[in-house]
Design a protein around this ligand. Structure first.
Ligand code: RP5
Length: 152
């Protein structure tokens, strides 16, 4: 994530990864304030054994795109909701990548962070049947939790 202030959103990705027992790490890497940290992190990611990167940032959110420029790993971008523009700035900054450097962009805020983790798990499950089973169980539990009728 680009800032400590993004944690309130990105913790929802971490919660899903923990629930699915997906090994992960969490770092603050700012495209603007720590550009060298970003370059070092993204360039080294594949060699360190990472498989997918979830990058959450807000405002002029260059982090996911710059990350994708430095690595061929799948990069999932989460637009963090900004105060000024409610995350519309973050969304447009992340989603409108020029053809050639993809960022898989999720929804603004908590839903995007949650879904980024689920999508990362889906990608990893292609080569990890046990994770696929855990993911299927997570989805089945979600389905089972939806009542037939509303509480009145
Ligand atoms: C982005 O700008 C971060 O991702 C955060 O959402 C926002 C504010 O960052 P800081 O001012 O806290 O560094 O780079």
């Amino acid at each position: 994530m680009g800032s400590q202030s993004d944690w309130e959103t990105m913790r929802h990705a971490t919660a899903v990864l923990e629930k699915l027992a997906v090994a992960h790490e969490v770092r603050i890497v700012s495209a603007h304030r720590t550009p060298d940290r970003l370059a070092d992190y993204a360039k080294a990611a594949q060699g360190r054994g990472l498989s997918v990167i979830i990058a959450g940032a807000g405002g002029a959110a260059h982090l996911p795109g710059m990350c994708a420029a430095w690595t061929a790993l799948p990069v999932l971008g989460v637009p963090v909701e900004s105060h000024a523009l409610k995350g519309m700035d973050s969304l447009l900054s992340i989603v409108q990548m020029p053809g050639g450097i993809p960022v898989g962009t999720l929804a603004i805020g908590k839903a995007g962070a949650t879904n980024a983790a689920l999508m990362a798990a889906s990608i990893l499950a292609l080569a990890d049947p046990a994770l696929g089973t855990r993911l299927a169980a997570w989805r089945a539990a979600q389905t089972a939790a939806v009542a037939d009728e509303p509480t009145r």
